[in-house]
Ligand binder design. Structure first.
Ligand SMILES: [Zn+2]
Ligand SMILES: [Zn+2]
Length: 277
């Protein structure tokens, strides 16, 4: 199993970092977690595509995590030669989001249906809203969801992907919480959104300070990893985006609380998920 960071950025457009999105490559196929800005450009660089996705999993419906949903829907549709519904899993509200996205695309769908004689079907998605428990089980791959805490954004979920003996957890945006601990218990890798409290507080801008309310700091994520015997902590969705050359600061902050491996994400970073001792 491989974890590939497609987008390590935050809501602010960044030439080096696409919006939050992580690809987990399993025996079952490519599982995509969130679909922020530029996701399909990065997927192409990783040898994946909208048509290749075995599933799209949404952690929550904040726009930075869902911006390019419409691109996935359209690209999958126009590159398929038979109906190829997109399996989507996400918190309550995901069905409405998909319906609204399909409605937004209606004019374009009409143009293409009228123009391509061999395209006789509409784009479609099979959406499963989930809160807790097993959401996919096929072959050696299992995906489990549990509620996270990104209040006042509700509901939000994290996911754990198990393939045989190895496991990776996608935390999404959350503060430390029991649901995340459930997913993390004994997992090999934790992919976690983090903010730098020490950099944001001195700026003193109210809208930026609000961000601290509902995200984990680097230290919070490190404590979650330590508490749950995680092997590798992958810091992503970095707020603020690290100045080049300062990545070691992020690692050092995490290592004050966690003795495992700490990796700072950049786009297209690929890590093999291996079993910890
Ligand atoms: Zn969020
Ligand atoms: Zn976010």
């Amino acid at each position: 199993m491989q974890t590939i960071v497609l987008g390590s950025g935050n809501p602010l457009p960044d030439p080096e970092r696409a919006g939050p999105s992580t690809l987990v490559r399993t025996e079952l196929g490519d599982l995509l977690f969130d679909c922020g800005r530029g996701v399909l450009m990065r997927a192409a660089a990783a040898g994946s595509s909208a048509g290749a996705l075995r599933g799209l999993f949404l952690t929550h419906l904040h726009s930075d995590h869902t911006t390019d949903l419409n691109d996935i829907i359209t690209s999958r549709w126009v590159t398929s030669f038979q109906p190829h519904p997109l399996p989507v899993f996400g918190p309550l509200g995901s069905i409405a989001l998909l319906q609204a996205t399909e409605a937004m695309l209606e004019v374009d769908v009409g143009y293409r249906l009228a123009h391509h004689a061999d395209l006789q079907w509409r784009p479609s998605a099979d959406v499963t809203e989930c809160e807790r428990g097993l959401v996919v089980e096929e072959g050696s791959v299992r995906v489990t969801a549990a509620p996270t805490d990104h209040a006042p954004v509700r509901p939000t979920v994290g996911y754990r992907i198990d393939e045989g003996e190895t496991s990776v957890v996608i935390a999404g945006d959350t503060v430390p919480c029991p649901g995340l601990d459930e997913l993390c218990a004994g997992a090999d890798m934790l992919v976690h959104t983090v903010v730098r409290r020490d950099l944001i507080e001195p700026i003193g801008l109210a809208r930026l300070l609000d961000v601290l309310d509902y995200h984990s700091s680097v230290e919070d994520a490190a404590r979650t990893a330590a508490r749950n015997d995680i092997d590798t902590l992958l810091l992503t969705h970095l707020v603020p985006a690290p100045q080049p050359g300062t990545e070691d600061e992020w690692v050092a902050l995490a290592q004050e609380h966690f003795s495992g491996r700490v990796v700072v994400a950049k786009d297209l970073l690929s890590l093999e998920v291996t079993r910890s001792a």
